[in-house]
Design a protein around this ligand. Structure first.
Ligand code: C2E
Ligand code: CA
Ligand code: CA
Ligand code: CA
Length: 279
């Protein structure tokens, strides 16, 4: 069997597991979806806790399949990450978000920060700094309103180049956030070497507030230490008034979560922004 298989691809592909075949099928469907413009960006408000106002939004990708309807990122981002297709997805999301952000400014909406996710693969394997420079120049979206979210684990997986990449982005005036903070075994002491603006406390630490004393202490500690290091702190996944009250008491700067709004299509987000008193 070993000899028969040597150099023979078909032999091995018959052996592919169902899961592997499904992954390959999904990859080619996703490739086509990008070409057919089936990806969408939804926007979730980021709220300043002191004023209650929307000061930013996170751009979150969805796939609008003509048959299946809206497919959430959990169903295709992991495969895209494994196959490298995430580079095309990530570039599309960045360009679309900057285009939309420029359009909102041109329509007279108040300036807000737009945050785009950078996958670990994108952070490690592509010239993300060069791409951002190109897209900002192409779209005319102000770089100081663009934030790149790098996961804590993505940062840890690329310790050799992380500082160079972050400094390059910072050099263009891009804001930098650490996503899913608390899940990736880094320490705040390690993060202080990077030019970061924002720590996003992972939703898992917020979910069980106010029931779990441990989680409350962890969240409070991240907020306090983040501030000592000069970072703003945002809590993810805030769903209840109790959670928000706790975060406010601990001096957390911003939050994101269903308590304010789920991620919504661009037009709906623009409505939320227009509806804020004072504009
Ligand atoms: P993430 O970057 O941590 O994004 C936050 C996720 O938490 C979003 O899920 C959001 O809808 C959800 N969320 C926000 N507030 C709440 C809440 O109060 N309760 C609950 N239960 N969930 C909340 P979503 O949009 O399904 O995205 C899941 C993940 O997919 C993201 O996690 C991110 O890792 C990835 N992702 C989404 N868009 C992109 C993208 O454009 N590029 C990359 N590389 N990854 C993306
Ligand atoms: Ca994120
Ligand atoms: Ca997150
Ligand atoms: Ca939990």
């Amino acid at each position: 069997a070993k000899d028969a298989g040597r150099g023979c691809f078909a032999y091995f592909s018959e052996d592919l597991t169902l899961a592997a075949r499904e992954r390959i099928a999904l990859e080619s469907r996703l490739r086509r979806a990008i070409e057919q413009q089936e990806l969408r960006v939804f926007y979730q408000p980021q709220v300043d806790i002191a004023s209650g106002r929307i000061v930013g939004a996170e751009a979150l990708v969805r796939w609008e399949d003509p048959v299946e309807g809206l497919i959430p990122p959990i169903r295709f981002i992991p495969v895209a990450e494994e196959t490298g297709l995430i580079l095309a997805v990530g570039e599309w999301v960045l360009r679309e978000t900057c285009r939309q952000g420029r359009q909102w400014l041109d329509e007279g909406l108040p300036p807000i920060t737009l945050a785009v996710n950078v996958s670990p693969h994108q952070f490690r394997r592509s010239d993300i700094c060069g791409l951002v420079a190109t897209v900002v120049a192409e779209t005319g979206f102000p770089s100081n309103q663009l934030e790149m979210e790098i996961t804590e684990s993505g940062l840890m997986a690329n310790q050799d180049n992380a500082a160079d990449i972050l400094n390059c982005l910072r050099g263009q005036g891009i804001r930098l956030a650490i996503d899913d903070f608390g899940t990736g075994y880094s320490s705040l002491a390690y993060l202080k070497h990077f030019p970061l603006d924002l720590l996003k406390i992972d939703k898992s630490f917020i979910d069980d507030i106010p029931d779990l004393q441990d989680d409350m202490e962890i969240a409070a500690t991240i907020i306090a230490m983040g501030h000592i290091l000069g970072f703003k702190v945002l809590a993810e996944g805030v769903e209840t008034p109790e959670q928000l009250a706790f975060l406010q008491e601990k001096g957390c700067d911003m939050y994101q979560g269903y308590f304010k709004s789920r991620p919504v299509p661009a037009a709906e987000f623009a409505g939320l922004l227009r509806g804020q008193s004072g504009y």
